[in-house]
Design a protein around this ligand. Structure first.
Ligand SMILES: Cc1ncc(COP(=O)(O)O)c(C=O)c1O
Length: 446
């Protein structure tokens, strides 16, 4: 009896939320690379280590600590919402990106929140909006770290397809019509959209769809507001073409949209800082949760971010990044053009920014982690992100397994062509072993 009680006492009973929370697939991919350091890593969503702003941050921190009073402020707590001067500086920065005054988007520094990376903002927003069973509409494919977090919060993530113009907004409208008919509209809390150079596809939402998405969210906000969460993590990393207005810019009253930005991609993930603008009622709810999480982001990071915006080193750095990533993006596309089998059922995105290229293989391919192709790539010396992670299942519970994501962030430029050559070799072997019919090549872009 005593022994039985003893065993019972050792059982760990986790919360329903912990039980719903799955390991993020990225942990496995990182482990594979740690175990095989020679592998060519086309999976990691990391930024390029060679471009990190070491000198800029060194000179900023020297400056911060050469003044004792400032140094003491930097090492003290600040507010939950974030350093007021930083909020003003990022607001001015957002005005530059948008080419319009913040007042036209109904926002001021009071509607901004500084977070530990944009991931924390995404999480807090999900946390304050979603009860288990609530619905979030997202694209298929989507940024899998966030859809993972949404599942852990108990959300039902309903996915719509994507094409060259980004998320299919007509399909969002159709889902909302269907949910209205079935009486489930009150469960819809949010539409999640990575609007610039999406992770994983590299695709960007077209201007007319941005406008329409706001219209649709407004129209279906009958019993409550359906929020659009615009994830703009890659906004500044544009290598070609004209800058596009944000979804947020079509919501002048700041009622239906949230925009989330980060310092991780355009500056340095090591300072792990993000900033988001949202309606004031939502902001208050998020700040109460953030108060429970950490009651404020690391002040030293906030001062570094403030100084880099103030002294202009941020803008110089973004320009340098754009040049350097454009060369890597071109190297990826050139290597794919050169080495991938030329068939009209093998296509990839020709991204104009960001860090990703999304490859579609014939439907009989299986790129998933447990399948032979992934293992053959590891064996050959290259790793990618299996597309399966980025999809929500269809009505029949099926997920396509013929896609993969390549990232050109962390991989050294000289490894890009060898890595893609290896991947292409595996694809050719797979085609040969499956006796695939040879289709004529029509074009490579999706
Ligand atoms: C689409 C997208 N959103 C948000 C994030 C979160 O990044 P961070 O928390 O570093 O700002 C990432 C990171 O890779 C991302 O790809």
């Amino acid at each position: 009896m005593l022994q039985k009680n003893d065993n019972l006492a050792k059982e760990l009973v986790l919360s329903a939320k912990a039980a719903r929370t799955k390991e993020q697939p990225i942990s496995y991919l990182i482990q594979v690379v740690i175990n095989n350091p020679t592998i060519i890593n086309l999976a990691a969503g990391l930024v390029d280590p060679l471009t990190l702003p070491v000198e800029e941050v060194k000179s900023i921190t020297n400056r911060l600590f050469s003044n004792t009073a400032r140094g003491q402020t930097v090492l003290q707590y600040d507010t939950t919402q974030g350093l007021a001067d930083l909020r003003k500086a990022v607001l001015a920065h957002m005005e530059k990106l948008e080419g319009m005054p913040a007042s036209k988007m109904g926002i001021s520094a009071d509607e901004l929140m500084i977070t530990n990376g944009s991931q924390q903002a995404l999480y807090l927003i999900g946390d304050v909006l979603i009860d288990p069973g609530d619905i979030v509409i997202a694209a298929n494919p989507s940024y899998f770290v966030y859809t993972g977090a949404l599942h852990s919060l108990g959300a039902r993530v309903l996915a719509v397809p994507m094409d060259d113009n980004g998320m299919d907004v007509d399909a969002v409208e159709k889902i909302l019509e269907r949910l209205e008919r079935s009486g489930e509209l009150p469960r819809v809390k949010m539409i999640y959209c990575t609007s610039y150079f999406d992770n994983p596809t590299g695709l960007t939402l077209s201007t007319d769809r941005r406008k329409k998405l706001v219209e649709v969210a407004k129209r279906f906000s009958t019993s409550h507001r359906i929020m659009i969460l615009e994830d703009a993590a890659y906004r500044e990393l544009r290598y070609d073409g004209e800058a596009l207005p944000s979804i947020k810019s079509y919501d002048p009253e700041n009622k239906y949209t949230i925009i989330s930005h980060t310092f991780s991609k355009p500056f340095a993930p090591g300072i792990k800082l993000g900033y988001s603008a949202m309606p004031i009622d939502l902001l208050h709810a998020c700040l109460q949760q953030k108060g429970n999480h950490d009651f404020g982001s690391a002040n030293i990071s906030q001062h570094i971010a403030l100084e880099t915006l103030r002294d202009g080193s941020y803008y110089k750095h973004v320009e340098l990044l754009k040049k350097s990533y454009a060369v890597k993006r071109d190297a990826v596309l050139a290597a794919l053009d050169k080495h991938m089998p030329k068939r009209d059922d093998i296509t990839w995105t020709r991204t104009k920014g960001g860090l990703y290229v999304w490859i579609t293989l014939p439907s009989f391919f299986d790129t998933s982690r447990s399948a032979q192709m992934f293992q053959s790539c590891l064996h050959t010396g290259v790793i990618y992100v299996p597309g399966e992670y980025c999809y929500q299942p269809d009505e029949n519970g099926r997920i396509p397994t013929n896609h993969l994501r390549l990232s050109f962030g962390a991989v050294p430029i000289e490894k890009i062509e060898p890595g893609i050559e290896m991947l292409s070799r595996v694809v050719k072997e797979y085609l040969a072993s499956n006796n695939a019919p040879t289709a004529a090549r029509v074009g490579s872009a999706v």
